[in-house]
Write a protein that binds this ligand. Structure first.
Ligand code: FAD
Length: 602
């Protein structure tokens, strides 16, 4: 937005001042070995990660208001959609990167991994990516006021033996570097005089596991590279070269429309990629990819892009926040697989922890794990934090204690008294509000429960959805109980009227909070995160791509072929995070077209 441009320009002018401040604010050991920012008088925002979510946040966050500390094992941002292009030399690695310190020179960056985040003490424990001479890796703790978790996900192996040891992944630049090196090595090996026909065939069999955008883009890009460049360099080897794409379900690129899926299949097949659907890999050895049913494929290079799994940090945080187990269960995902957040990206059940991007799941609004979502969430969160949100500046913002009712508990509770006992304990334990999904309250209502429980469930059934536990989604149990008792619990109509009267209207409550916030001179931010879907695209090889744009329920545009490729190129060039990256990529594209791709590596 124009405000952001203004902020960036302002930052360029005030940079020297911000650098002076930063020098004064180096991390120093504090009480109990914890690091603290020297002379810090501002609240500390700790950002974990330097990917799509974190990067867009640190570009916008106001460093005049906050001390922003970024902890990530990667000192740069990577434009992931173009990683497959770097693995074959169409684009150079450095053209996709932006160092964190360039993204925002006013943040404090520490190259380390966060191992542990304690939501109760607000302390993050981190281990450096580097070791001292004696092999010791420095560890430190950071006391934060607000933590933003944007650690993404890691490749999932689904427990398939041999994947971690023998396959390549496509997540980081280091993965693309290793892959590019291995492709070059396999061609050189196949060239050697002593190499047999079988060994050549095996060495030049490139297997891609996973028919999602990453697998398809890599298979398409690799086949371009083989046809356009390596054919000239190794003409005698071309008869041994094969690219196989293995997909466990019956189609590829399942997030696209069926017509586009078919188009991708045809384009890949025409480019010489053998696409096999309904094929499950059950093991990978040094020389063979083993398929379910006993078939074995000799291979030279295997790229594994079959999905993502949570990072250990996400599991660790989720394990310390009891409500996360219930929230993940109600979202039907395994516990600890994502951090469940409300529509303001607050981690459900935790105070002062926000999460965004691939590692998070917005309750009631399941968004795809894409760069688009993470980038928009990062910018949204930066504005939210810049508006003075819940960082010791007061205002509305502190979610009241609440409890999510666990569905299991209802389904397994044969006598309702067990459930009532639990409810009573929850209320006695200071939880004066109960948040309940519609399914739970439906079930409760259908049960032959005592009248007062039925009344609660009726009230809750009509409450707005469970995404803003602080207000709209809860009803005040104490008030409902009192009203029920007052109505005598006998006449259902009277009870319903009493309940309706004691349930405060959401609009009223919000207005009261708005006024309270204004009275405290806190800038008020009351817009939950909304994702603006700009469409999806994928390159499928032979200078062809797929583009699907669906917006506001009225725009349904689908392009394939060269037109979609032109769109793909123009979108990726405009979406680059800096002018420098834009120039470098345009230059790389030109260089590859004129001189061909170069994969020589040292
Ligand atoms: P990431 O970008 O993965 O960033 C996570 C960050 O956290 C990294 O910097 C990592 O080093 C850091 N980190 C990890 N562990 C820790 C820790 N313990 N402590 C601190 N930091 C940690 N999406 C699209 O929308 N369009 C595309 O075309 C597209 N193509 C893709 C192609 C490829 C090859 C890949 C891999 C992904 C692609 N995606 C695409 C998906 C997109 O990249 C992700 O959705 C996006 O990166 C998610 O952003 P994030 O900020 O959640 O996580």
């Amino acid at each position: 937005s124009l405000t952001d441009v203004g902020r960036h320009l302002g930052r360029m002018v005030t940079q020297p001042q911000c650098m002076i401040q930063k020098e004064q604010q180096l991390l120093v050991p504090g009480d109990g070995g914890r690091m603290r920012l020297r002379s810090s008088t501002k609240p500390v925002v700790l950002v974990l990660g330097s990917g799509w979510g974190a990067h867009s946040l640190i570009k916008v966050i106001d460093t005049d208001m906050y001390d922003v500390v970024v902890v990530s094992p990667r000192n740069h941002f990577v434009f992931t959609p173009m990683l497959p292009s770097t693995a074959v030399g169409t684009v150079e690695f450095r053209s996709l990167l932006e160092p964190v310190r360039t993204s925002n020179p006013c943040v404090t960056y520490l190259e380390a991994e966060c191992d542990n985040l304690d939501p109760n003490t607000k302390v993050a424990t981190c281990t450096s990516s580097f070791a001292y001479e004696d092999g010791r890796r420095p560890q430190f703790e950071i006391q934060y006021d607000k933590a933003v978790v944007a650690v993404g996900e890691q490749p999932a192996t689904f427990g398939v033996p041999g994947v971690r040891e023998h396959c390549f992944f496509m997540k980081e630049v280091t993965d693309a570097v290793a892959l590019r090196k291995r492709i070059a090595e396999k061609f050189e090996l196949a060239c050697l005089p002593g190499t047999s026909e079988e060994e050549r065939r095996a060495a030049l069999h490139f297997v891609v596991v996973g028919g999602g955008p990453t697998g398809v883009e890599f298979a398409g890009t690799l086949s371009d590279f083989l046809r356009e460049d390596l054919r000239k360099k190794y003409p005698a080897l071309m008869k041994y070269v094969k690219v196989s794409l293995l997909q466990s379900v019956s189609s590829i690129l399942t997030q696209f429309d069926e017509r586009l899926q078919r188009n991708a299949l045809e384009t890949l097949s025409r480019s010489g990629v053998e696409v096999r659907t309904g094929v499950r890999v059950v093991g990978v050895t040094r020389a063979k990819v083993q398929l379910q049913g006993g078939e074995e494929l000799d291979y030279g290079v295997c790229l594994w892009s079959a999905g993502n799994a949570p990072r250990p940090l996400v599991k660790q945080i989720a394990s310390l926040v009891p409500d996360q187990a219930m929230a993940t269960e109600s979202s039907r995902i395994p516990p600890g697989s994502k951090l469940c957040v409300d529509s303001f990206l607050r981690v459900v059940g935790a105070t002062d922890i926000l999460a965004l991007g691939d590692c998070s799941l917005v309750l009631r609004n399941r968004l795809p794990a894409t760069a688009q979502v993470a980038g928009q969430q990062g910018a949204y969160l930066a504005h939210l934090i810049n508006s003075g949100y819940n960082l010791g500046v007061g205002g509305y913002t502190q979610p009241p204690p609440y409890q999510v009712v666990k569905r299991d508990r209802l389904q397994t509770a044969t006598d309702h008294s067990a459930f009532l006992r639990w409810l009573a304990t929850a209320l006695a334990g200071g939880k004066d509000r109960i948040a309940m999904g519609a399914k739970v309250s439906d079930a409760l209502f259908r049960m032959d429960a005592p009248p007062w429980i039925r009344v609660h469930s009726e009230a809750l059934t009509h409450a707005p959805p469970l995404d803003r536990p602080s207000r709209a989604t809860v009803c005040d149990l104490a008030a409902v109980s009192a009203a029920t008792a007052a109505a005598g619990g006998a006449d259902p109509a009277a009870v319903s009227r009493a309940v309706a009267a004691c349930m405060r209207s959401v609009a009223e409550e919000e207005e009261a909070e708005r006024q309270a916030a204004e009275a405290m001179e806190v800038r008020y931010w009351d817009r939950p995160f909304e994702f603006l879907n700009l469409g999806i695209m994928a390159y499928v090889g032979s200078e062809k791509a797929l583009t699907q744009v669906e917006a506001f329920d009225v725009v349904h545009l689908k392009f394939t072929g060269a037109l979609a490729f032109a769109l793909w190129k123009s979108v990726y060039i405009t979406k680059q995070v800096s002018f420098r990256n834009r120039v470098l990529i345009l230059f790389d594209w030109m260089k590859a077209r004129v001189f061909g791709r170069d994969i020589s590596l040292f």
